[in-house]
Design a protein around this ligand. Structure first.
Ligand SMILES: [Zn+2]
Length: 230
């Protein structure tokens, strides 16, 4: 095998190694907890607390309405059981009952408003809980897929590393150094000459460089500096 062919294979192996490392990095990042799922869960918990506050507020209003009704019934009983005889006292109590009725009517509206607010909070909570559940399910599914993919990626990476070691042992050190320098700023470091054009930068390769490639010397693209395989 020509040196440039070995270098082209090395570039391919390096590309596989980078791809595997990238994918493993993404799997690791996903294992660290999904930010969207965490955000949705925090939002759900917030709405749950809000719904609980609304329920407590509705209960308080209901208790107050009940207390008002109880006070009114107490006055009515006193009015009709004959225990109040003094006309001034009777009038005072009738007046108070009237006031309690009005207060009760106003309070019923407050109870209704509290019930509506509670229902709205419950509906918002239900929607947020569903969104959080769906995202968690999706995250779980991806984690399971990741868990299945990881060993395969690790095997591929290990196999590529072995192939790389074998290749490197066969390639002359000077060519390896040139490759390493190019690979620092060009990926892939090796390009093909196709119809007289560099496949890396798509610009024509000068005749002099083409000649070098034909003579199996290490030819370098003058534009993108990639090593050229003919
Ligand atoms: Zn080029």
């Amino acid at each position: 095998m020509r040196v440039i062919e070995q270098l082209a294979e090395l570039a391919e192996v390096d590309r596989e190694l980078v791809t595997a490392a990238d994918e493993l990095g993404q799997i690791d990042a996903r294992a660290g907890g999904d930010p969207e799922a965490l955000r949705l869960e925090a939002h759900r918990a917030e709405l749950e607390a809000e719904a609980a506050r609304r329920t407590a507020a509705r209960r308080t209003e209901e208790l107050e309405l009940e207390a008002l009704g109880e006070r009114r019934r107490h006055q009515e009983r006193a009015l009709y059981d004959g225990s109040v005889r003094h006309p001034g006292d009777l009038q005072r109590r009738q007046h108070e009952i009237q006031g309690l009725r009005q207060l009760g009517a106003t309070h019923e509206e407050r109870v209704l408003a509290a019930m509506e607010a509670e229902e709205a909070a419950q509906a918002e909570l239900a929607a947020a809980a569903e969104a959080a559940r769906a995202t968690l399910a999706r995250v779980g599914e991806r984690r399971r897929a990741d868990a299945g993919r990881r060993p395969q990626l690790e095997r591929e990476r290990a196999a590529a590393a072995i192939r790389r070691d074998r290749l490197v042992a066969q390639i002359p050190p000077a060519a390896l150094r040139t490759y390493a320098r190019t690979a620092q700023h060009r990926s892939p470091a090796v390009a093909r000459i196709i119809h007289g054009t560099c496949s890396g930068c798509r610009l024509p390769v000068p005749a002099r460089v083409l000649d070098q490639a034909r003579r199996d010397e290490l030819a370098v693209c003058e534009t993108c500096e990639r090593l050229l395989l003919l």
